[in-house]
Every structure is written in structure tokens, then in C-alpha cells.
Design a protein around this ligand. Structure first.
Ligand SMILES: Nc1ncnc2c1ncn2[C@@H]1O[C@H](COP(=O)(O)OP(=O)(O)OP(=O)(O)O)[C@@H](O)[C@H]1O
Length: 242
């Protein structure tokens, strides 16, 4: 089966800092990949390259048929197929939850008010927050705001979802509710890439776990890899944490 996301020998540097040094991996449709690794190992940069938030120096990235490495890429078309959720939720504070969600479907996809509202209703139900449609972000907990951010992304009906440490800013009791939403998306067959520090979650939900170290993919395997690491680097990472 053709992968829906593929990175081939991707290199990226910021000045003298070679952040990605030949990263390759491929994700079949419907699979979940978790990228783990020490702070600064290049996880977020790899994720951002997939959505062309960073341009790469060399290598190839193909996402949903888009040649992301190509300078002539249609970025708008790529972003319709790829949703990304960050650690910070970036909701508009002066708009209701529903207005936050319907904004892009109206502006980018040209949907009318009723169709956009129907999508907001569906995605809010998906994240368990239908009753908050008319609330403002400040009236919600951090976990609820993050779930709205996920609903907002889903409202564009992406084929691939990228999650960049989406629970890092949350208290432990709010982390669970966000992870449950991601797990339900996985069960629903969404193709996803998760950059995460939640090891137990990565081991349970991801089809493939990728351990990055110093800008390279060091080990790749199923969740079981985290119980039986092969390299001293992954062993050290798992025992010492971040
Ligand atoms: N826009 C940028 N300009 C310059 N350097 C950057 C930029 N973005 C990232 N870096 C550097 O690239 C390296 C990798 O950063 P990246 O955020 O990809 O790591 P990470 O593995 O996701 O770390 P963390 O778990 O702390 O988020 C770091 O040294 C970081 O300082």
C-alpha cells in the first residue's frame, strides 16, 4: 500500500544547527505514528516539515500526494489535507467555540453558515463538547480548549492529523481527556503523527513508535519497543526521561 505520508532522507538545519540529519519514515493510511525523544532531538521540526511550516534543505516529503519538498507546492491544498494541533490552543478569545470552529470551513472551503454549523456540531460531538458550542474559550478548562482546537482542525476534514505535544501544557488530570479524544480518532481510522512525551500512551495507541535522537531516527518499532529497547540511547532516554 502506498504510504500517505513519506519522508525520505530529510535534512534541515537552522544556521549551524543540523536539526534533521537524514530522517526517513513512511506512514500507511489509517496508521498512528508516535515520535518520541529527548528535547531538541528534532521531533517538532520533523512534524512541522510535514505541514511545510518549515522548508527542508534536502530530501523528499510526500503527503497525500503533495510533493511538500517542491518549491512550487500548493500550500493551501496541502493544508486542506493536513490538520495540525499545537501545545498552545490558539483559539480566538472573542469568538464562541462554534465560531472558532466554523471560521476556516467558511473562509477556506466556502461553506455556508448552516453547513459549517453542522460540521461544528459533528466535530464537537466527536470531542465530547457539544454543550459548549456557545461558550467562549475563557469559560473552558485547558483540556476543553485543547479539545476545541482538535475539533477545529477536524472541521476541515483532513486526511492526516499532526499533534505536537498537545498535552504538555495541561495538568495531569486534564491530559487524560485529550488523550482519550486522540485515541478515539485512532480507533476511527484517522492517520496521525503524534509528537509526545506520554510514553504509556504512545506504547498503547501508536502502530509505530519512532525514537529520534540528535536529528536521526534511532529506533523504530511497535509499542513493545519501549519495553525492550535495543539501543543504549533509548534505554537511557526511557530511564531518565526528558
Ligand atoms: N525556528 C527555529 N530557529 C532556530 N532553531 C530552531 C528553530 N526551531 C527549532 N530549532 C532548534 O532545532 C532543534 C530541534 O528542535 P525541535 O523543536 O525540533 O526539538 P524537539 O525534539 O521537538 O524538542 P522538544 O521536545 O523540546 O519540543 C533545537 O536545537 C531547537 O533549538
Amino acid at each position: 500500500m502506498n504510504p500517505i505520508v513519506e519522508l525520505q532522507d530529510v535534512h534541515k538545519r537552522f544556521g549551524s544547527n543540523a536539526v534533521l540529519q537524514g530522517v526517513s519514515f513512511a506512514i500507511p493510511k489509517g496508521q498512528v505514528v508516535a515520535i518520541i525523544g529527548q528535547s531538541g532531538s528534532g521531533k517538532s521540526t520533523a512534524l512541522r516539515c510535514i505541514d511545510r511550516l518549515e522548508t527542508i534543505d534536502s530530501g523528499r516529503i510526500t503527503v497525500c500526494g503533495h510533493a511538500v519538498h517542491d518549491p512550487a507546492l500548493d500550500i493551501r491544498a496541502l493544508r486542506k489535507d493536513v490538520g495540525i494541533v499545537f501545545q498552545s490552543y490558539n483559539l480566538f478569545p472573542h469568538l464562541t467555540v462554534e465560531q472558532n470552529i466554523t471560521l476556516a470551513p467558511k473562509a477556506v472551503k466556502g461553506l455556508g453558515a448552516a453547513a459549517a454549523r453542522a460540521i461544528a456540531e459533528r466535530t464537537l460531538r466527536q470531542v465530547g463538547l457539544l454543550e459548549k458550542a456557545q461558550a467562549y474559550p475563557e469559560q473552558l478548562s485547558g483540556g476543553q480548549q485543547q479539545r476545541v482546537a482538535i475539533a477545529r482542525s477536524l472541521a476541515m476534514e483532513p486526511q492526516v492529523m499532526l499533534f505536537d505535544e498537545v498535552t504538555s501544557a495541561l495538568d495531569p488530570q486534564l491530559t487524560g481527556e485529550v488523550l482519550r479524544v486522540i485515541e478515539q480518532l485512532a480507533e476511527g481510522g484517522m492517520t496521525m503523527v503524534l509528537v509526545t512525551h506520554e510514553m504509556e500512551f504512545a506504547a498503547r495507541v501508536a502502530d509505530t513508535v519512532i525514537y529520534m535522537h540528535a536529528g536521526r531516527v534511532w529506533e523504530t518499532g511497535s509499542g513493545a519497543m519501549l519495553k525492550d529497547p535495543q539501543t543504549p540511547e533509548l534505554r537511557a532516554f526511557l530511564s531518565h526521561g526528558l
